[in-house]
Design a protein. Structure first.
Length: 67
């Protein structure tokens, strides 16, 4: 399942931590002249529920998690 995530995805993944995420941001911000900020609040308010469930059914085989 871990191979479904982007290499820069640090949330709730084995062997990954918030400190590693911050360090990666520091390294990249010194190389780049731009930063992207994303406010996650409300990000899931407008997601297509049917599409979300389709993706979950594809990746999650535990029926209890799909309820």
């Amino acid at each position: 399942m871990d191979n479904c995530f982007h290499t820069d995805s640090y949330g709730y993944r084995p062997e990954k931590s918030a400190r590693q995420a911050v360090e990666q941001v520091r390294r990249r911000c010194w190389r780049m002249d731009w930063v992207v900020e994303f406010d996650i609040k409300g990000a899931f308010d407008n997601i297509d529920h049917a599409l979300l469930m389709k993706a979950l059914r594809h990746h999650v085989k535990t029926k209890l998690a799909l309820m």
